[in-house]
Ligand binder design. Sequence first.
Ligand code: C2E
Ligand code: MG
Ligand code: MG
Length: 718
Amino acid sequence: MMKFAEATLLLVDDEPRMLQSLRDLMIASGYKVVTALGGQEAVTRLNGSPIDLMLLDLKMPGFSGHQVMDYLDEKNIDTTVIVVSGETSFDSMSQVLRRRAYDYIKKPYAPDELLQTVENALEQRRLQQQNKEIYNKLQASERLHRYMVNSSPDIVYMLDEKGYFTFVNDRIVQLLGYEKDELIGKHHSEIVYFEDMEQARYVFNERRTDNRIPRNVELRLKCKDADRAPKHFETNTIPIELSATGIYGAGQGGNREFLGTYGVARDMTERKEAERTINFQAYHDLLTQLPNRALFKDRLNLALAQTKRSGQRLAVMFLDLDRFKLVNDTLGHICGDELLQAVSHRLQDCLREGDTLARFGGDEFTLLLPQIYGPEDAESIAKKIIHKIKDPFFIEGHELYVTISIGIAMYPHDGTSMDALVKNADIAMYCIKGRGSNEYQFFRDDMNEVSLRRLSLERGMRKALENNEFVLHYQPQVDAVTGKIVAMEALVRWEQPDQGLILPSEFIGIAEETGLILQIGEWVMRKACETLRSWHNAGVIDIRMAVNLSAIQVEHKSFVNFIMDVIKENSLVGDNLEVEITENLIMQDMDNTIKKLVQLSERGVKIAIDDFGTGYSSLSYLQRLPIHTLKVDRAFVHEINNREDETCIVNAIIAMAQGLNLNLIAEGVETEEQLAYLRNRGCAEMQGFLFSHPLPEPEARRLLLQRPFESSKLMNVG
Ligand code: C2E
Ligand code: MG
Ligand code: MG
């Protein structure tokens, strides 16, 4: 009995004594009790705290028990009612029970019976409430699932056994624009893009019999109205990835019965767009949006195949902007980029449909002209391009003039393969490049390997500077008497990643012609002075650094200042440096060169004439120069094989150096004989493999920190 003690009972009777006895009984049984003297008061109580069960008298003046029950109905109040009444007519009882009363107890009531009835009623109420909760939960979970299905980012659908839609979720409405009602009952093929129909049918039929883990298939679904799909999907479809499962029931004879399919379709628009972008980026130059090298070669290959079949011709052009680097260096990369964009626009204006213009790299473009009749066609396009490029470009407030060099190779005359055509167009371009005069040039057979090698060296050299591929090696200059190292000559090398170490004889000439020697020379000077500083720091203080200079470096207007700046930056003085120039340099602009060399010399820098004896300078010129050292070219040293030979040119040079009171260094000393011969005739300093090859810095440093050369090399001297 105590288990319903927490239940609250409302006792309703118009007779106070009756009410009192009911109250006593219920309280004694442990219930919480509220009383109401009459129907009116009962209504008031019902509006208070919730009542689980009501013991209700029927016949009450003013407000009857029936009216109270009416009120319960009207207000939809959930309270169990047990009627406790003296009225015993069958009518009254059945009426009450037909309504909502749980039971009907006649007055005078038997307390036990009443209590049992109350307890039963409460038990039933408890069960009902439990069921209601379960029911509510069920309803909630149904709502949840519906919500989940409809708010799924994927299309969720069901098809019947023939392929007609029986269910679709909300996503399909947002994605394709169909209303749900429109689709239910429609065959699924009606929204599949026709090219993918076969595929869709296959997937559906496969599910009939085979329900292993479903494969994902890509399909396109038709949008209801135009313009729903992203602009670049020309088909007005949405790409989806579909995964479908078969639904089966228990069929006759234990066979499974195919009821239809259930599927999930994922929108692939974003992924497809990303793929498109990646694809575009792989085949285009992002700055100009032009095809890149890879796409150009693709198209050229295709065009070649077609041209071979049709017997027509085709032209490949290689275009190079002449002064682009200057723009980039002086106005900055942003300006340079804009110029490239503007140039590519103008170039595109000159093209026919079907031509491919590509950015090949840096300031290089390639142009494919398929289906032409002869060189005249290519020529007229080249002329058009040159004409277009002549007008100035206005970039960031600057008026820029650009010239272009165009090389042309024709198929089949100048090559039949993709690589040969591009290479030969490049060679043709290279032959006129840099003249700055807007020209085009057809390839000829005699523009051969030489220019090709030069071409690759020049290209590589530009990159070498950026990639820090140059290194310095150092070769000692030795005092012939004491064996002490008096100077180190810095000799540049190019560590080419593919070709290994390239010696200066191979690239200095090209660097001089292309002007790149200015930057290389600057780098060499800086590096040499830094190295000397580090040697000084390591305790080797009494040596000079000898650095080779090219003519263009000396001609540069800030030549003297640059050298003095580098010396200062490294806390060195002029005396620490010797510059080596060749006679040919002196020939070029005598007055100017003399002026500059004098300025350097006044600041302590030593001047040496390198490879002396091989040039054409006359002695009278030499006298006007502030020279400290003559370096006897190794060709003359090489001639010394025999001590007795007194006719050697070396003798004359030594005599001259002594006469002019100049320091003398013999280059290329390789043998003991040469050393002895030179020393006996008073040549004070030597340089050559006999002492040391040019060495990388760490080894050169080790050599400097050793004792002087005092081995057999110097002892032998007679
Ligand atoms: P160079 O200034 O006359 O340098 C001497 C060259 O003779 C070096 O060649 C050196 O390796 C080589 N040599 C030294 N001792 C011997 C020897 O006993 N026997 C033989 N057969 N050769 C010897 P390398 O390094 O190939 O340099 C060649 C030339 O390139 C240099 O001739 C110099 O004119 C030029 N060069 C080197 N570095 C620079 C540079 O930084 N700037 C400029 N403008 N020119 C440079
Ligand atoms: Mg030299
Ligand atoms: Mg030399």
